[in-house]
Design a protein around this ligand. Structure first.
Ligand code: ATP
Ligand code: PRP
Length: 235
């Protein structure tokens, strides 16, 4: 009988995830070899804890390759086409808070809302000979926000795998969709967030895979793991 939980292998979410498990009485010690992605677990028999990248955790939950994962809701909503059918959010963990937002150059004084940006996008081709370019790693969230929620059709997504806030100044995009928490990176790059509600208010979550195939015993173990977490949040 074993169930698998993946937690981020680095960055701001890793230590908090380990602390949160400790609050639920589960101690996770990364393997002695710092390059290893295995851990030693005590306090919950039958639980394997793996260290994976935050975005890989979302994909493995989708594919049913792990039972549980701790990762950002932004990555869940971005990586999984129909999140409600593939995964269940068991608990919001109260850390890793960040908003997925649309930001435009501060110099665009007439653009404060998505409606304003829609007007700009509509006129962009006539004015500049090309569509408005949006730099992001959040393709799915961007398309659903622009097209489905705001009816904006004329834009092009430019994939950005890092330093997205630098894209407008570098000339590779006009606006961006990215995550922000303090706002410092946006400010340093002379970008402003639109005044509408963010695309998503994200935080780290404990997530259960619904596509994982488990035997009955492992299903029971997974339920007990969830209960342990619920007890922790009540404490
Ligand atoms: N500035 C921030 N403040 C708080 N949480 C953040 C912030 N930036 C990112 N996060 C959260 O942490 C998650 C993972 O970020 P992290 O930087 O560890 O991964 P990554 O390097 O972007 O992804 P990967 O390792 O999978 O390539 C984000 O998706 C988000 O949920
Ligand atoms: O609103 P802020 O607090 O400035 O945070 C926003 C930045 O944080 C994340 O980057 P990443 O985790 O790569 O960088 P960081 O560790 O420097 O924040 C994200 O992609 C933003 O670039």
């Amino acid at each position: 009988m074993t169930i698998t939980l993946a937690i981020p292998s680095k960055g701001r979410l890793k230590d908090k995830a380990i602390e949160t498990l400790a609050e639920a009485g589960i101690r996770v010690e990364p393997a002695a070899d710092a390059r290893s992605y295995r851990t030693t677990v005590s306090g919950f028999d039958g639980l394997d804890v793996l260290l994976l990248s935050a975005s890989e955790i979302a994909r493995q939950l989708r594919d049913g390759a792990i039972d549980f994962g701790v990762t950002g809701e932004d990555l869940i909503r971005e990586s999984i086409p129909e999140p409600e059918t593939a995964v269940a959010i068991v608990a919001r963990l109260g850390f890793g808070h960040a908003d997925v937002i649309v930001a435009v150059p501060e110099a665009w004084v007439d653009v404060e809302t998505m409606d304003d940006l829609g007007d700009v996008a509509g006129a962009f081709r006539a004015k500049h000979g090309r569509r408005l370019r949006i730099a992001t790693k959040y393709w799915r969230l961007t398309q659903s926000h622009f097209t489905r929620n705001h009816g904006i059709q004329s834009y092009r997504i430019v994939e950005s795998l890092g330093a997205t806030e630098g894209a407008p100044a570098a000339g590779s995009a006009d606006v961006i969709v990215d995550i922000t928490s303090t706002g410092a990176t946006l400010k340093a790059n002379h970008l402003k967030v639109l005044s509408d509600a963010p695309i998503l208010r994200s935080e780290a979550c404990l997530v259960r895979s619904k596509t994982r195939r488990r035997c009955e015993e492992d299903g029971d173990l997974a339920d007990r793991f969830e209960t342990r977490f619920a007890e922790r949040t009540k404490a």
